[in-house]
Write a protein that binds this ligand. Structure first.
Ligand code: ZN
Length: 132
């Protein structure tokens, strides 16, 4: 009799489980496996719990690593390179500028399109060819 009772209890124990968050006894399949055992929270509670942890971790990471201001390609150039580039811009075709400063012409064209170059007189007042 004792043995039957124990077995019955054991069976009940392994098919249902108490969730420590929603405090309900739920079928064992409502719990994620954790190796040999099951999580102590049911699936919805576990997801809520870990999602909260994830959110908190992300918030902490953001606080510790504030987003850096991203420099565009032009801003990454050295001051000398920038000066040289701006000196030639608008005075000759972009291909020639690219050759002069040693950059790819498509890169320069993209920078121009994205308005990476600071507004300079070279753009506002393109040089006119010298009258011969
Ligand atoms: Zn639960």
């Amino acid at each position: 009799m004792m043995s039957y009772k124990y077995n019955n209890n054991h069976k009940k124990m392994s098919t249902h489980k108490y969730c420590k968050d929603c405090k309900e006894v739920l079928p064992i399949d409502d719990f994620y496996k954790a190796g040999k055992y099951r999580q102590s929270r049911c699936k919805p509670c576990y997801n809520k719990h870990t999602h909260g942890n994830l959110k908190r971790a992300r918030a902490i990471y953001k606080l510790k690593n504030p987003p850096k201001k991203k420099l565009n390609g032009f801003q990454k150039l050295s001051d000398d390179q920038k000066a040289e580039l701006l000196k030639y811009l608008g005075t000759m075709p972009m291909v020639n500028v690219a050759n002069m400063v040693g950059l790819n012409k498509y890169t320069l064209l993209r920078w121009k399109k994205k308005k990476y170059f600071p507004e300079t007189e070279y753009f506002k007042y393109p040089l006119k060819p010298n009258p011969q």
